[in-house]
Design a protein around this ligand. Structure first.
Ligand SMILES: NC(=O)c1ccc[n+]([C@@H]2O[C@H](COP(=O)([O-])OP(=O)(O)OC[C@H]3O[C@@H](n4cnc5c(N)ncnc54)[C@H](OP(=O)(O)O)[C@@H]3O)[C@@H](O)[C@H]2O)c1
Length: 369
C-alpha cells in the first residue's frame, strides 16, 4: 500500500471530533468515512470534515476505500464492530477498553491473527511527552531501582459533563475499565507488566443523574463498582497502589508517582499527552522539572493511529498495541475478581513493551519516510 492509510470511523459521539481533527492534519492517515447507529449523527460529524462522508457501519466495513476501521463506539459495541472490521480484512484501532471482558478481547485478537490484520488500541496519551519522559527518567536510573508506585484517578463522575453517560456505569465502564487503561498502561510502561493483583471495591450509590445536555435530570442505574482500590505486583517485584474512583468530589492526590531506591519521579496526568515530570533525588531536597526526554510533541488523540499507520508502512510493531491493551484489561479484570473474592489473583498474560519514542519526534513527520 502506498499513500496515507485510509481511515473509516465507526462512532460519531463525543470523542470523534478530537480524533478527526488530528487525523485530518497528519500526512500518513486520511479519514474518509464516518458511521454511527443513527445516520443523522454520522452526517453531523461528516459535515465538519470535507474529506469525510457519512455512511452506515456495514457499508464502511465493506468499503474498498477503507484500510483501517477506527472504532469509537461505546465499550459494549467493541466486539461487534471489531469482528465486522476484521472479517472485512481491515486493520482495526479501537478506543479503550479493548472490550468489556478478557474473553471478548481474546476473540478479537484471535480473529485478527487468523485474518492477518493488525489491531491497535487506546490509550495513545502515553505516547506523549509526559509519560514518555517519566519512562525515560526511570529507565535512565534517575531514581535508582524502582520499588513502588502510586496511581490515583478521582472524579465525582462523568455524568456531570457527558450528555449520554450511561455506558460509564455499565459493564465495560466504571472508573477502572474507563480510566484505568490510562493509568495502568502508564504503570506498565514505567515498571513493566503485572503478575499479581489484589484489591477491594465499592458501589455506594445505586443511581446517577445526567447533569448536562438535552437529557439532563434523567436518572439511570449503576451496574458497576464506582470506587476501586488495589495493589499490583509487577514482574520485577515493584508494587503499585491504585485508586480509581467516581466517588470523589475533590482531592489533592498526585496522579502517578514512582518511588525508587535513589529518588522519586512524579508523572503528569496519563490522560493527557503533556505535562511536567518532576524528579526528587535522594541527595537533593529540591524537586527538579525534567527536560523532555521522549514522546511525540504536540500529541492529540489519534497519534496512536498515525504511529500504527507508520508501523504498517514500514513493517515495525505499532506502539498502542492490542497485546498491551489486552494485558491491561487482564489486570483490570483480575483486580475486580480479587475485589469480589477478597483474595489475590495471578495475571497470566504478558506484553512486550513498546519502543520508547525519541524526544524530538513529531507525528507530522511519520509520513516522511
Ligand atoms: N468522551 C470522551 O471524552 C472520551 C475520551 C476518551 C475515550 N473515550 C472512549 O471513546 C469511546 C466512545 O466515547 P464517546 O464519549 O464518544 O461515546 P458517545 O458520545 O456515546 O458516542 C458513541 C458513538 O458510538 C456509536 N455506536 C454505539 N454503538 C454502536 C453500534 N453498535 N454500531 C455503530 N455505532 C455505535 C453511537 O452511535 P449513535 O450516535 O447513533 O448513538 C455514537 O455515535 C468509549 O470507549 C470511551 O471510553 C471517550
Amino acid at each position: 500500500m502506498s499513500g496515507p492509510l485510509r481511515i473509516g470511523v465507526v462512532g460519531a459521539g463525543n470523542i470523534s471530533g478530537a480524533y478527526l481533527e488530528t487525523l485530518s492534519r497528519l500526512p500518513n492517515v486520511r479519514p474518509v468515512q464516518v458511521a454511527a447507529r443513527r445516520p443523522e449523527r454520522a452526517r453531523a460529524v461528516a459535515a465538519r470534515f470535507p474529506e469525510v462522508r457519512a455512511t452506515t457501519p456495514e457499508d464502511l466495513c465493506a468499503s474498498d476505500e477503507v484500510d483501517l476501521v477506527l472504532d469509537l463506539t461505546t465499550p459494549e459495541a467493541h466486539l461487534e464492530i471489531s469482528l465486522a472490521a476484521i472479517a472485512a480484512g481491515k486493520h482495526l484501532y479501537g478506543e479503550k477498553p479493548l472490550a468489556p471482558t478478557v474473553e471478548e478481547a481474546r476473540t478479537i485478537l484471535d480473529a485478527a491473527c487468523a485474518a492477518g490484520v493488525r489491531v491497535g488500541c487506546a490509550p495513545d496519551t502515553v505516547l506523549g511527552t509526559g509519560i514518555q519522559t517519566a519512562r525515560a527518567c526511570v529507565e535512565k536510573g534517575e531514581i535508582g531501582v524502582p520499588v513502588a508506585a502510586t496511581a490515583f484517578m478521582t472524579t465525582p463522575g462523568h455524568e456531570r459533563w457527558h450528555p449520554d453517560p450511561e455506558f460509564y456505569y455499565r459493564p465495560g465502564g466504571g472508573p477502572l475499565l474507563d480510566m484505568g487503561p490510562y493509568y495502568l498502561t502508564a504503570l506498565v510502561l514505567l515498571l513493566g507488566p503485572v503478575r499479581r493483583v489484589t484489591g477491594l471495591s465499592g458501589s455506594p450509590r445505586r443511581t446517577r443523574t445526567i447533569g448536562s445536555g438535552p437529557r439532563a435530570g434523567t436518572t439511570f442505574p449503576v451496574e458497576v463498582a464506582t470506587h476501586v482500590t488495589g495493589v499490583l505486583e509487577h514482574q520485577g517485584g515493584a508494587l503499585s497502589t491504585l485508586m480509581m474512583s467516581f466517588e470523589v468530589w475533590d482531592s489533592t492526590l498526585p496522579r502517578i508517582e514512582v518511588y525508587g531506591t535513589e529518588g522519586t519521579v512524579s508523572a503528569p496526568d496519563p490522560n493527557s499527552f503533556t505535562g511536567d515530570v518532576r524528579v526528587r533525588h535522594a541527595a537533593d531536597p529540591a524537586w527538579h522539572t525534567a527536560p523532555v526526554l521522549g514522546g511525540y510533541a504536540d500529541g492529540e488523540r489519534g497519534i496512536g493511529v498515525a504511529d500504527m499507520a507508520h508501523a504498517i508502512a514500514t513493517g515495525r510493531p505499532h506502539r498502542a498495541s492490542a497485546e498491551l491493551a489486552y494485558h491491561v484489561l487482564d489486570v483490570m479484570e483480575a483486580l475486580l475478581a480479587a475485589a469480589k473474592s477478597g483474595d489475590s489473583r495471578p495475571v497470566v498474560s504478558d506484553s512486550p513493551l513498546p519502543e520508547p519514542i525519541p524526544a524530538a519526534a513529531r507525528p507530522e513527520e511519520l509520513g516522511q519516510g
